[in-house]
Every structure is written in C-alpha cells, then in structure tokens.
Design a protein around this ligand. Structure first.
Ligand code: NIG
Ligand code: FE
Length: 409
C-alpha cells in the first residue's frame, strides 16, 4: 500500500450526479488530504495525518508531496483524432480569410487532405507522432485518452490506423481507448455512401472483432459526410454486434443527435447546431452530450449549448476533438476553461465534464472520482485554491501526475 500526500486541497468529486447542473457548493473539498492506494486502485481518501496514523506499522510506503497542491482525478479526453500526419495550417488561414470548413472539404481539402498525408506516412512516423501527442496530453493530466481512426479511409488503411493506435496505446502509460471512425467521410475512390458503409461492415468490422482493435464505432452525420438515413441501419447493425456507438452530430446541421438517441449511442459529440428540440430530447435520453470547444475555437463557430443542456437535465462531457483540421490546439484544460466563461459553467460542471462524465461517455465507471475502488489516476496542480486552475485558463498545468497509483511525473 502507498499513502500519497498531503495535498492542500483534494476534490474527490464523489456524490456528484452523472447528469444535470452542479453548484460549487456540491464540491466537498478535503483539506490536507491523502490518498491510500494499492495495486493501481484507491483504497481510501481522507485526512493525510489520520490516514498515516491508521496505517502506521502496516508497511505502508509514504510518498510525501512538498509544497502546496490541489489534487483532482486524472482527466479523460473522450474524443480525439490524434493519429494523423501533416498540418492543415493552410485551411486555418483560408478559413480566417473567409472560406468555410465545408467549402474547403467540398473542394477536396480538409479531411481528404489529411487522408492523403496520413496514407503516405510510414507506420513508424504515425506511431511516433501519436506517442508525442499522447505524452503531451498525459503530462497535462489527461490519464485516459480516446483515439479515433478516420484518416485512412480505405479498408487496409483504416485497419493500419487501428493497429497503430492499439500497439502505441498498449505501450503507453495513459489508457488509450480506440474508436473506429472509418465512416468519417466518403472515400474519394468509392464516392458512394452506402457502398462505403457496406464495405466497413463486411471488411473492417470482422477484422476489428477478430483482432480486438476497437470496441467502439463513430460516424460523422453531416451534409458532405453521412446522412441520418444511411447511418441508422449501419449503427444498428454495429450496436447489435455489441459495439459501443458514438456519433459526430449536430455540428453544422441537426439530425445526428436524434439518431444517436434512437440507436442507443453512449455519446453524441459537437452539438453546436442543437436547438431547443434537440436539447429537450437529449435531456430525456441516456446519451451523454459532449462539448468540443476546441472545434468552436478552431473554426470560429458557436459553442455547444452547454448551459442549456445542463439546465435541461442532460449530462455534459468536455473533450478536445484534437485533430489537424477543426481543432488543432489540443489543450483540453484551456478549451474547457474558455467554454466555461462563454457558457457560464460552474467549476463543478467543468471538472465533472473533464472527469467522471467524460469517462461515462466512454462507458467507463471506474475512474474520474477519487474514492475507494476507483483507479488511482490523480493529478496535482501547484496552487492553494482549486479555483486558480480554471482562472488561469489552462496556463496552470499539473506538476504531478499519477496513473494506476504510479507517479509518472
Ligand atoms: O470532429 N467533424 C468531423 N471530424 C473532425 C474534424 C476532422 C478534420 O477536420 O480533420 C471534428 O471536427
Ligand atoms: Fe471529432
């Protein structure tokens, strides 16, 4: 057993509900706290001195933390596209000069441009750049990271991407959750929506199952990508085969969120275009809405209506969407802090959205809170007041990160 502390403040985030609005009074802050861990799990959380007394003589290793620190559960980023090659700086400049994301995509740029660069990159180049991005995220306190395929866009290239995600993820200290996003856009060589969805079902899904490459499938439901009509039977088939479903929905036009509800998806992500009807339907469902402020900042578009979703009683996770096109920044904490100021989210709502609510969007209930039985994934920020973390808008980074009870920095 290991006892780590004392932390000036520790926010366990236990007892906070999975859905609905949260006030900061609901944060039960533990001063001078310690965490007792064993074999990667939390055994107890409480006052450091008391835990030390209770466990003395029981062979507990004590790891004393110097200086003032605020301890939180490790963050989960439940939506990223971290496996890609090349830059889309020219898209960014073109958008700021007046072109839209959809115009760039329709002209053969955008996702298809990254597809070309990703296909041309070697396995080693892709694995190394993925590892660099995972390292950066973990150093910033993101201990669980979802990673999508989606820039291969042929049977062989999508499978190559998923194998690289699996191998690189298995070797990484962070937990990597792979998702198959072969249904990102219609591949230029195929050009037909139904033919590509059929090819995914016939030629990608059996290999994903046999090699256990991913337990999740995603689809981009949008004009220029996939229609709700054709997406529906595709997702129903996958759901019946036991896969978890997530949807890129309501980014520019609506339709995706209702489809996600109908097929029993775990989450629907984006939602910048969601209106009253979509918000009410999401609040009545078990689907977790995921805000992607990095895409709003990257595209200069509206934010996900996070405040209205929470007020209606929905859950809300916050993810980075880190990708070379719409969300190149990749700094989850900065993006969450900015979303908070524009959407008027409480500290409790933002921290929940980065931790246990984000884990729930991946179907994971074993992380995101600091309580007995949860994974010992926790992070410390060098400050005396938890409110400094969002106040500094991402400039205050964790100075310590633990994954499965082990100090990794
Ligand atoms: O979530 N919207 C679709 N997919 C990504 C963007 C991918 C890209 O532009 O390369 C997103 O924003
Ligand atoms: Fe995305």
């Amino acid at each position: 057993m290991t006892l780590t502390g004392p932390f000036t403040q520790l926010l366990p985030l236990t007892d906070l509900p999975l859905r609905g609005k949260l006030s900061d009074d609901q944060l039960k802050i533990i001063p001078n706290a310690g965490i007792l861990t064993e074999e990667g799990k939390i055994i107890a959380v409480g006052n450091f001195k008391e835990l030390r007394k209770e466990t003395s003589g029981k062979g507990v290793e004590v790891h004393e933390i110097a200086g003032d620190t605020v301890c939180l559960p490790g963050f989960t980023d439940c939506h990223t596209h971290l496996l890609f090659a090349g830059s889309r700086a020219m898209d960014y400049a073109a958008r700021n000069a007046g072109k839209t994301y959809q115009e760039i995509g329709a002209a053969g740029g955008g996702i298809k441009d990254t597809m070309g660069k990703t296909r041309a990159a070697s396995d080693d180049e892709l694995a190394n750049s993925l590892k660099t991005r995972l390292d950066r995220h973990l150093g910033n306190g993101v201990t669980t990271i979802e990673v999508k395929s989606g820039y291969g866009l042929s049977v062989d290239q999508e499978l190559r991407m998923l194998r690289i995600i699996k191998t690189t993820g298995d070797a990484h200290a962070a937990d990597v959750v792979p998702t198959c996003l072969a249904a990102h856009v219609i591949p230029p060589e195929i050009g037909d929506e139904r033919a590509w969805l059929q090819a995914i079902l016939e030629n990608i899904v059996p290999v994903v199952e046999a090699e256990q490459l991913a337990g999740r499938f995603d689809i981009f439901v949008e004009g220029g990508a996939f229609t709700p009509e054709h997406s529906r039977s595709f997702l129903e088939r996958l759901k019946n085969q036991g896969f978890n479903i997530t949807v890129h929905g309501d980014q520019f036009t609506t339709g995706g969120s209702q489809l996600a509800i109908d097929v029993g998806a775990l989450s629907v992500d984006h939602l910048e275009a969601s209106g009253e009807k979509e918000i009410a339907a999401l609040a009545q469902s078990d689907v977790i809405p995921v805000a992607l402020p990095g895409a709003s900042i990257g595209l200069g578009c509206a934010f996900t209506p996070a405040r209205r979703l929470l007020d209606a009683g929905a859950s809300l996770a916050i993810a980075s969407d880190w990708n070379p096109g719409s969300a190149p920044m990749g700094d989850l904490l900065t993006q969450a802090a900015i979303l908070g100021t524009f959407e008027k989210l409480t500290t409790a709502e933002i921290l929940a959205g980065l931790t246990f609510r984000a884990a729930a969007a991946l179907g994971l209930g074993d992380r995101g809170r600091l309580s007995s039985g949860q994974l010992a994934d926790f992070i410390a920020f060098p400050t005396t007041d938890y409110r400094e973390i969002l106040y500094q808008q991402g400039q205050l980074k964790p100075n310590r990160v633990w994954k499965n009870g082990l100090s990794i920095m």
